[in-house]
Design a protein around this ligand. Structure first.
Ligand SMILES: *Cc1c(COP(=O)(O)O)cnc(C)c1O
Length: 408
């Protein structure tokens, strides 16, 4: 483990080909590669530019409300009777989750590149809403591609995007869900890569997106490390985050990867069981392959086709995962574990009723594992959880499906 941490200290990730060890890279048609190269060059040119960084830092502070606080959950910790649980409150950001961190970065980059429009796909609508918000603020048009099935299911987010001035483009082909929306958005992108920028919603996709989105999310880990040290005089013994594509996790993990005394846990959704189609535990049960233009652990069949995935948290059901997570798994630096639908729901109510914080059902997966870990670790130890978002978006669904079990 200590050797692997030394490796991480000397590795600058990704390398110039966008590789995190054997993972990452860029597996796309030639025409798209030219477009990606332009994004890489532009990002390389500005990522250390003090003017760009100041502009982003100002928006983070005055628009998003950064730094988000770190909160000591005394009630939950007391009830468990084990380690002390702390939350990094990304749920308190404007728009209610961590996604605004990278959407603002991508919007500013697009503006710098002279683009006039941001485009993206969205599944549950969370990425669409965050991107529509950033686009409006920065002064760019925004087209969000969304499957017709998802448009019906996620109506409040569709309305939010429209109020924010974005165009929601319905996708009626195939299964009319996320995968078809990705295909439609990529086709639209290739029709006009000069004026548009495709803004990916996590640390996934071809180079430069996994490294770039990670860089925009790093602020979470940098703040959390400083805040935790200031509050307790020590680093946390454990850091925990949920993993869908892996952006909120990479954000907080980045602050602690080279601290050997900090154990790090990524929590994947085991859904309703470990059979294919019942979960989205990519690192726990998948194997390396190529999907959506990058190499990583994937849930795939023998022919290399992505398997169906499921989680009660729509932000976590993706058959791939960011390539840096795959490397961190192989190095043994991060332990990838799981929480089920039922465990997440239980944690959703537990945190709501002990400390008055309703977590996003995605984030509740991290809370569920943190509770387990706190019991095992015992008194005197600490667990820092990235609370990636707030649960307002989930309350209708939770009450309809599980309200009775909790007296509602
Ligand atoms: C989208 C989302 C996630 C999952 O995305 P990652 O890239 O894995 O962080 C987690 N939590 C919330 C609140 C989300 O909206």
């Amino acid at each position: 483990m200590t050797d692997n941490i030394k490796n991480l200290e000397t590795m600058s990730l990704p390398d110039k080909d966008g590789r995190f060890g054997q993972y990452g890279g860029s597996y796309v048609p030639e025409q798209l590669q030219a477009v990606l190269d332009e994004i890489t060059q532009s990002y390389e040119a500005i990522k250390d530019d003090p003017v760009f960084l100041k502009e982003l830092a100002d928006l983070n502070k005055h628009f998003t409300g950064r730094p988000s606080p770190v909160f000591h959950c005394k009630n939950l910790s007391g009830k468990i009777g084990g380690a002390d649980i702390y939350l990094k409150r990304e749920d308190l950001n404007h728009t209610g989750a961590h996604k605004i961190n990278h959407c603002l970065g991508e919007a500013l980059l697009a503006k710098r590149m002279g683009k006039t429009k941001l485009i993206a796909e969205t599944g549950a609508g969370q990425h669409g809403v965050a991107l529509a918000t950033a686009a409006t603020l920065v002064g760019l048009a925004c087209d969000i591609y969304m499957g017709e099935v998802d448009i019906k299911k996620e109506y409040p987010n569709v309305v939010r995007m429209k109020i924010l001035g974005a165009k929601v483009v319905p996708v009626g082909r195939g299964t009319k869900t996320l995968k078809d929306a990705v295909d439609a958005a990529f086709e639209a992108y290739l029709e006009d890569p000069v004026n548009q920028l495709y803004a990916i919603g996590s640390v996934v996709g071809p180079h430069p997106f996994p490294g770039m989105v990670r860089d925009f999310q790093k602020v979470v880990g940098i703040e959390a490390r400083e805040q935790f040290l200031e509050m307790t005089g020590k680093l946390p013994d454990n850091v925990v985050a949920c993993v869908g594509g892996g952006s909120n996790a990479m954000g907080i993990f980045s602050g602690f990867l080279t601290d050997p005394e900090v154990a790090i846990y990524g929590v994947e959704p085991s859904g309703r069981g470990l059979k294919p189609g019942d979960h989205a535990a990519t690192l726990t049960l998948g194997k390396p392959g190529v999907l959506h233009g990058f190499s990583s652990y994937l849930l795939q069949d023998d022919a290399g086709e992505p398997l169906p995935v499921y989680s009660i948290a729509s932000g976590l059901d993706y058959p791939g995962v960011g390539p840096q997570h795959s490397l961190l798994k192989d190095l043994g630096r991060v332990s990838y574990v799981t929480a089920s639908d039922d465990e997440a729901i239980q944690a959703f109510f537990e945190l709501s009723r002990t400390d008055g914080i309703i977590p996003a059902i995605e984030s509740a997966h991290a809370v569920a594992y943190a509770v387990k870990l706190a019991k095992e670790a015992g008194e005197g130890k600490t667990v820092l959880v990235n609370l990636s978002g707030r649960g307002d978006k989930d309350i209708d669904f939770v009450i309809e499906n599980c309200g009775k079990d909790y007296g509602i």
